[in-house]
Design a protein around this ligand. Structure first.
Ligand code: ADP
Length: 585
């Protein structure tokens, strides 16, 4: 039975109880009223008539006959009314007897005859009237008893029905709110459980009503959510395990941090390198752990782009640090924000070893090549000497070519050797107080012949009062020569090249800046950052052959080794300004 029907039935029952009580009350009240009315009509009036007749009869005992006609009339009227109100058993005979006696009495009274007969007739009449009164009195008592009984019965009925109704209504009042409210409360509790992701929550309403249907629908929903959650969870757990396995098996050390620098995970390699266990790391505030761990402190610090040398696996290993900020994806409501970072330590030992092997190889080769090339040059010089023997013009040309090529070979081997020295850390600086002018003169001297060949004009712009710098004259001049030879190479014929120097002071440092400005082809902005890289040459269809892409890389090493800086400003098609600065000694 559904709730609607139950509610309708309950309220109908209460309505029926009220109707029954009201009907019963009205019916019995009516009945009691009718009975008392009957008593009034049937008996009380007879008593009244009897009393009036008795009073009238008393007049006849008096000698004064003038009052007789009125008394007779009164008696007659009351007798007549009594004759019309014969309700009790025996009342009729007595009334008729009164009537008979009264008829006889009237004859005796008008005209008045014998007082003795009158008296006896009056006595008979009074006797009868008393009897009438008695019968009616008895009837009143009897009827009163009946009415009393009816009233008692009514009270009893009302008490029984009332008690029953009160009990039923009380049960209704006590149970019905709970009947409606309890399932609703249980439902809202269960919904809260579902909101807290407790999808195993179920409702158990035994009733086969709307609440039963509600419970079925709710349970179905919870079951579906549970299935969804479990299938999702299983998939997510599987994916998580897979990613963890991948991260753990990587040869790079990986540490994940959240936005508050709490360590979220670290793979096997990372725990091994840090010399800590997972329990020491995961869930801990990274700076706290770093207090007792040098490597982690280094990893968390901002600086440290240099490869890290770590003693790992019984040998020295090199690691490059890479920090990747993790950003949450932008959603409709939230903008992108940093939610953590991943620190990756790439094991670059192998590359370092290869690089070192390559550098050593280059160093050896270039060193070994220097001697035979020098001897080739020597032989060439001898060959071109007239005293050794004359050569025809064609041979002369060939000899010039060979000389040029061997010069180039010597330059390349020299540069390679320099680079190898720089890379192996074997760079030897012989720093001393050197005047900028001295360095520039040294370089201009070295490049003069090359400039003259291309008819390039070298202009110098050097203030007289420049302080000396603490530098290795030869290496710094080498850098300047490299700038100048590039400037000549990339300038058109008869162009100008300006060599300038200047004193630069800042709050903490004092420098001397050296610049070489040309008006050649300039450098595309795209390549400006890369021209100081090893073996980098600006890609160009009509590129000028003969370079190695090492000059600027070596220049950078020489200058930074002396605590200076190197840079270029250039505009494509308008020329370039290559500069370096050295600290004042
Ligand atoms: P290279 O031996 O090839 O000159 P460098 O390291 O000295 O090697 O120079 C690297 C590259 O930078 C060159 O290949 C060239 O393309 C570019 N470059 C250097 N100097 C200049 C310059 N003054 N004007 C234009 N391009 C230049």
């Amino acid at each position: 039975m559904n709730i609607k029907t139950k509610l309708s039935l309950g309220l109908s029952f209460l309505f029926a109880v009220i109707l029954l009580l009201a009907g019963l009350g009205a019916y019995y009240a009516n009945r009691l009223a009718a009975e008392s009315k009957e008593v009034l009509k049937d008996n009380y009036e007879s008593l009244e008539y009897g009393k009036n007749m008795l009073q009238a009869s008393e007049v006849f005992l008096l000698a004064d006959t003038s009052a007789y006609p009125l008394a007779i009339k009164t008696f007659e009227t009351n007798l007549q009314r009594q004759l019309n109100n014969l309700t009790e058993v025996g009342e009729q005979e007595i009334t008729l007897s009164v009537n008979e006696n009264f008829d006889a009495l009237k004859k005796e009274l008008v005209p008045k005859k014998d007082q003795g007969t009158v008296n006896s007739l009056i006595a008979a009449i009074r006797q009868d009237v008393f009897q009438l009164t008695d019968i009616n009195m008895q009837a009143i008592v009897r009827k009163n008893n009946v009415a009393q009984k009816t009233a008692d019965r009514v009270i009893m009925y009302l008490v029984i029905i009332g008690t029953f109704s009160i009990l039923v209504t009380l049960t209704f009042i006590i149970n019905f709110p709970g009947y409606i409210a309890n399932p609703i409360r249980e439902l809202s509790e269960s919904i809260k459980q579902i909101a807290n992701r407790n999808y195993e929550q179920r409702l158990h309403f035994a009733a086969n009503d709307e609440f039963g249907e509600l419970a079925d629908a709710f349970n179905q929903m919870a079951r579906k959510l549970d299935e969804y959650e479990h299938s999702n969870l299983a998939r997510i757990m599987f994916e998580k395990r897979r990613i963890e396995t991948i991260i753990n098996n990587m040869s790079d050390a990986i540490i994940g941090l959240d936005e508050k620098n709490t360590i979220l995970f670290s793979n096997n390699e990372a725990t091994l390198l840090l010399g800590l266990t997972d329990a020491d790391l995961v869930g801990k505030y990274a700076p706290d752990v770093a207090l007792h761990n040098d490597l982690l402190r280094h990893l968390l610090s901002e600086n440290g782009q240099e490869p890290l040398k770590i003693f790992d696996d019984g040998k020295e290993s090199y690691f490059a640090k890479d920090v990747i900020g993790i950003k949450s994806p932008t959603t409709a409501t939230e903008t992108e924000k940093v939610i953590g970072q991943v620190i990756i330590l790439k094991n670059i030992t192998q590359f370092r070893e290869l690089d070192l092997a390559k550098t050593n190889f280059i160093a050896t080769i270039s060193h070994e090549l220097k001697t035979p090339i020098s001897s080739i040059k020597m032989s060439l010089k001898l060959l071109r000497d007239e005293r050794v023997g004359s050569v025809n013009p064609e041979q002369q040309k060939l000899l010039e070519h060979i000389t040029e090529d061997s010069d180039r070979l010597l330059r390349i081997t020299g540069e390679l050797l320099n680079l190898a020295q720089v890379e192996t850390g074997n760079i030897q600086l012989h720093c001393r107080q050197t005047l900028p002018k001295e360095i520039i003169q040294y370089a201009v001297q070295a490049i003069r012949f090359q400039a003259e060949q291309k008819q390039v004009k070298l202009e110098t712009n050097i203030p007289n009062e420049l302080p000396p710098v603490n530098s290795d004259l030869e290496k710094t001049a080498w850098v300047l020569v490299n700038f100048l030879s590039n400037a000549i190479r990339y300038s058109p014929e008869q162009a100008s090249i300006i060599i300038s120097a200047g004193y630069v002071t800042s709050a903490s440092n004092r420098f001397v800046r050296f610049s070489v400005q040309d008006f050649g082809r300039g450098i595309d902005a795209r390549y400006k950052d890369r021209i100081f890289d090893k073996f980098f040459q600006v890609p160009d269809a009509d590129s000028i052959k003969g370079g190695t892409g090492l000059g600027l890389a070596i220049s950078k090493e020489f200058i930074t080794a002396q605590g200076g800086a190197i840079w270029v400003e250039s505009e494509l098609g308008e020329g370039s300004v290559f500069s370096f600065s050295l600290p004042v000694g």
